[in-house]
Design a protein around this ligand. Structure first.
Ligand code: NAI
Length: 281
């Protein structure tokens, strides 16, 4: 018995890295999988069918069922075709993992609009478009489903040189929270993972020069499986962080704050004087 027996799952950006590990694990757990990937470079330039085809072959060689999709998540037509590929091949969609991503790092002062748009388009717009297309399909099936987004420590806490990427990933957090609220009635859960793993996206970071095999995509995939399975039927709107053997969560916290009498207006000086009490968790 697999955790995803009888389910149809779409995983975007599944031609390599974390998405590939998710696709292989989902298929092992019984899902029929759409392996989507444009096959571009780390910065999103170019396209190649080979990575998605190769993962489909790996799944089939292991006895699983999969089809490839080469559309970009960043175009409305592409997102509709990705969902259409699942319906055409397997008749339905039960799980969507929004994983596709690119990097174009530069400091804020040097980030031009092209760098901004490219990254926000793939991560944030792509997550919106695929979520909308998949959720519409899930609703048309009578409801029920799992959507797993991919955010990042960069979006949750910020990171030097990643204003475009961090903004997109923080946007995915807001989208996850709102989609979770809106789709609850249709029994569709919407959660996110915030992974850290050695992939082509991160392999040149200093931390991965020594991390060896302790932070792999295979360490991350079970978190997506959990959020994509019925083990997570009652949990929505969460961000599950996974880095090697560490499993934790990100939460936005509203402090207890400090309240004045109803209707009273704070002065800037009073805010300064009460700062510690206002921000205390
Ligand atoms: P990766 O570069 O190995 O995988 C990303 C995949 O997305 C690639 O195969 C790429 O071809 C595909 N892709 C890019 N643009 C696409 C588009 N428009 N349409 C369809 N596919 C597209 O990188 P990795 O590390 O596996 O990243 C996966 C996700 O995890 C990304 O969303 C990334 O931002 C996120 N992430 C990764 C971290 C890490 O430590 N590796 C840290 C935090 C977040």
């Amino acid at each position: 018995m697999g955790l995803l027996d009888g389910k149809v799952a779409i995983i975007t950006g599944a031609g390599g890295g974390i998405g590939r590990a998710e696709a292989l694990l989902f298929a092992r757990e019984g899902a029929r999988v759409v392996v989507n990937d444009v096959g571009g470079a780390r910065d999103g330039v170019g396209s190649d069918d080979a990575p998605a085809r190769k993962v489909v072959e790996e799944i089939r060689a292991a006895g699983g069922e999969a089809v490839a999709s080469f559309d970009s998540v960043a175009s409305p037509e592409g997102a509709v075709r990705i969902v259409g590929a699942a319906v055409e091949a397997f008749g339905r969609v039960d799980v969507l993992v929004n994983n596709a991503g690119i990097l174009r790092d530069k400091t804020l002062l040097k980030t031009d609009v092209a760098l901004w748009d490219a990254v926000v388009d793939v991560h944030l717009k792509g997550t919106f478009l695929c979520t909308q297309a998949a959720a519409r399909q899930m609703v048309s099936q009578g409801g029920g489903g799992r959507i797993v987004n991919t955010t990042s420590v960069s979006g949750m806490l910020g990171n030097f040189g990643q204003s475009n990427y961090a903004a997109a990933k923080a946007g995915i957090y807001g989208l996850t929270r709102t989609a979770a609220i809106e789709l609850q009635k249709q029994r569709i859960t919407v959660n996110a993972i915030a992974p850290i793993a050695k992939t082509r996206m991160t392999e040149d970071l200093p931390m991965f020069q020594s991390a060896g095999d302790t932070m792999t995509p295979e360490h991350v995939a079970p978190a997506a499986l959990f959020l994509g399975s019925d083990l997570c039927a009652d949990r929505t709107g969460h961000v599950l962080a996974v880095a090697g053997s560490q499993m934790y969560a990100y939460k936005v916290v509203q402090t207890h704050g400090k309240f004045k009498d109803e209707g009273a207006v704070w002065t800037a000086q009073e805010i300064a004087e009460n700062w510690d009490a206002i921000i205390k968790v």
